[in-house]
Write a protein of this length. Structure first.
Length: 92
């Protein structure tokens, strides 16, 4: 029996050197932590420098091993947008 799992991720970039990063959305979008750029060492806020947010869909095998990952469907992404704008929590 294979199963699926999801991960909400956010992309952001360093405002000084434009290096791109991806972190879990609970960290980058919800908490909006300050981080140090690994390339130029500038300190910046992840939430103020977001460039995208997507839901990833993982497929796992019978042993719980990850076998595939893909963008979630546009429908799931749209419902995620809707949940965020309505202020409701995520369902996963
Ligand atoms: Zn930088």
């Amino acid at each position: 029996m294979s199963t699926e799992a999801w991960l909400d991720v956010s992309a952001f970039s360093c405002p000084q050197c434009h290096m791109c990063y991806v972190e879990a959305s609970w960290y980058a979008s919800e908490i909006g932590s300050d981080v140090e750029c690994g390339r130029c060492h500038a300190t910046f806020n992840t939430k103020k420098n977001l460039t995208d947010r997507v839901l990833l869909r993982f497929q796992l095998d019978e042993q719980g091993k990850l076998v595939n990952v893909a963008f979630s469907s546009d429908q799931n992404r749209a419902s995620e947008e809707q949940e965020r704008s309505s202020g409701r929590g995520r369902e996963f």
